[in-house]
Design a protein around this ligand. Structure first.
Ligand SMILES: [Mg+2]
Length: 210
C-alpha cells in the first residue's frame, strides 16, 4: 500500500513538472525584454554588424536593399502591448490606419547608411493594398523618405505565405536590373528563398509569420 501511495505521489510530481510557464509570466518576460532596452541593444549590435558586412562588399551595377516593414523598419510594440500582446484582424487594421508606428532607430541608421551610399531602397511588406497609403505616410513621417517602391500584397496575393510571396517580389526587383545586396527582416520568412547577398535577421519575440 505504501509503495502504491509513493508511486501515486511520484506520478503527481511528474505531472506537475512541465516547463511551461503561465501565460501572464511569459508576457511579463517579453515586456521586460522590450521595456528594459535589451531588445534595443540586441538590434544595435546586429545593425552595426550588418553595416560592417555591407561595407566589406564591393558594389556594382544597380545595388538595392530590401527592408520588411513591421518590426523591421516600423515598430508596432506600443499597440501590441496595449492589447496585452494579442492579435485580432480588425484591431490591427485600425492601428495601421492610424499611421502611428514608430521608426526603429537602429534600422533607420542602416537605412541612412545605404541611402548615403546610393543604394536603392525597396520596402517589401505583407501588409495589403488597403493598407498601402497609410503605410506609405507612416514610413515617410518616420523619416523613410528615400525609396523606390513600397510593395504591398495585392488582392490575389493575400493568401500567399510570406515565404512564397517575398522571394517572388525580390526576383521581380532583380529582373528590373537591380542587384539586391542586403535584405533585412524580423522573420525567417522575410529572408528565405534567395535573391539577396546579405540576409539580416532582427529579433522579434511578439509574433511569428510563416
Ligand atoms: Mg516584419
Amino acid at each position: 500500500m505504501k509503495k502504491y501511495l509513493l508511486a501515486l505521489v511520484l506520478i503527481g510530481f511528474i505531472g506537475c513538472s512541465s516547463s511551461l510557464k503561465n501565460l501572464s509570466e511569459s508576457k511579463k518576460e517579453v515586456q521586460q525584454y522590450y521595456d528594459s532596452g535589451e531588445h534595443g541593444l540586441e538590434l544595435a549590435n546586429i545593425i552595426d554588424d550588418a553595416i560592417n558586412k555591407f561595407d566589406g562588399i564591393k558594389l556594382s551595377g544597380k545595388p538595392a536593399a530590401v527592408f520588411d516593414v513591421d518590426e523591421t523598419t516600423l515598430s508596432n510594440y506600443k499597440y501590441i502591448k496595449s492589447i496585452s500582446f494579442g492579435y485580432y484582424k480588425e484591431g490591427w487594421y485600425k492601428w495601421v490606419l492610424k499611421e502611428d508606428a514608430d521608426a526603429i532607430l537602429q534600422t533607420k541608421k542602416l537605412y541612412d547608411h545605404l541611402v548615403e551610399r546610393g543604394v536603392t531602397i525597396f520596402f517589401l511588406t505583407g501588409r495589403n493594398y488597403k493598407e498601402y497609403e497609410a503605410t506609405l505616410k507612416n514610413l515617410k513621417a518616420e523619416g523613410y523618405t528615400e525609396f523606390d517602391t513600397l510593395i504591398c500584397k495585392q488582392e490575389d496575393e493575400l493568401k500567399l505565405d510570406a515565404s512564397m510571396y517575398k522571394p517572388e517580389k525580390r526576383k521581380e526587383i532583380e529582373a528590373k536590373g537591380y542587384n539586391i545586396v542586403i535584405n533585412v527582416g524580423d522573420q525567417l520568412s522575410d529572408l528565405e528563398g534567395g535573391y539577396s547577398k546579405l540576409k539580416i535577421k532582427l529579433p522579434n519575440y511578439l509574433y511569428e509569420i510563416k
